[in-house]
Design a protein around this ligand. Structure first.
Ligand code: ADP
Length: 262
């Protein structure tokens, strides 16, 4: 629709702008980090300036982390796409996710369909997508709840399909991250993928989590769709094109990396 097109163009423009700024900043930050390291190495262990210099370096490191997230959003980051089995990736993250969520109040539930095949993506970026969505889900459930991660194959036909608006016809691996949190209103939903948009209190949110997710999904030729009901919860559905019916690493000489992109 017209509105979707406008939104996509806006995101592209914001991405280009953010990417340009982040790229220049990152270069400058590299200089600040480099020299603060150098100075720290030259200071005596008991020098009174050490603490101040450490603060400078810490701040520069944090800033550099933020610009890296912005670069991911704007596709300027170096990535190494491979064939990825999302099921294996989710299973691998289990321990980390449980620690992140605080198991006592949030239930983690994985519903992984068998043999969903492979997508082409950067595995590190896929982990970042799941992490960022999980952090948001946790923040939306301060009193506890359930986080469900689902994978399955989905065929989107040419006809209208209510739950996959904006997704082209094709065969996909669908990754769903569902929470039973506070949900969001229409206003929040319409800005949610923009860099620096946050409803979290100062110091808690950067507003970069979902813009990073959006950038990564686009880079992987995927589409992300969100459904949310205030007071009931939120569902993020990501559609990645299916590129191989086989699981990478399964029997046979299946392709596991792509020299042209690696
Ligand atoms: P941040 O988490 O730093 O605020 P994000 O880009 O990750 O930045 O998220 C932007 C905003 O989208 C959040 O501040 C919140 O209002 C909303 N949001 C994201 N995920 C959820 C969710 N699972 N449930 C409710 N609101 C959400």
């Amino acid at each position: 629709t017209e509105a979707q097109l406008q939104q996509a163009q806006k995101m592209e423009a914001v991405g280009r702008l953010a990417g340009g700024v982040a790229h220049d900043f990152n270069n400058l930050l590299t200089v600040i980090r480099g020299y603060s390291e150098l100075l720290l190495a030259r200071l005596q262990p008991n020098d009174s300036m050490r603490k101040d210099m450490e603060e400078v370096k810490k701040a520069a490191d944090r800033a550099s982390g933020l610009t890296r997230q912005l670069l991911a959003f704007s596709r300027r980051q170096f990535i190494a796409p491979k064939l990825v089995d999302l099921n294996a990736l989710v299973v691998n993250m289990d321990g980390m996710l449980r620690r992140l969520l605080g198991e006592d109040i949030i239930d983690l539930c994985a519903e992984l369909a068998p043999n969903i095949g492979a997508i082409r993506a950067d595995p590190g970026q896929m982990e970042q997508v799941i992490m960022n969505l999980a952090v948001n889900a946790r923040d939306a459930m301060p009193k506890g709840g359930r986080l469900t991660i689902e994978t399955r194959n989905v065929t989107v036909g040419k006809g209208p399909r209510k739950d996959a608006v904006g997704v082209e016809a094709g065969v996909y691996v669908q990754l769903t991250v569902r929470d039973t949190g506070h949900g969001m209103d229409a206003e929040t939903r319409s800005h949610l993928f923009e860099p620096f948009f946050t409803t979290k209190e100062k110091g808690k949110g950067t507003g970069l989590g979902l813009s990073t997710v959006y950038g990564i999904v686009r880079q992987s030729n995927g589409t992300i769709v969100v459904e949310s009901v205030p007071g009931q919860g939120t569902v993020f559905k990501i559609y990645f094109p299916l590129v191989s019916e086989d699981r990478p690493g399964a029997s046979g000489p299946g392709e596991t990396s792509d020299p042209a992109h690696g």
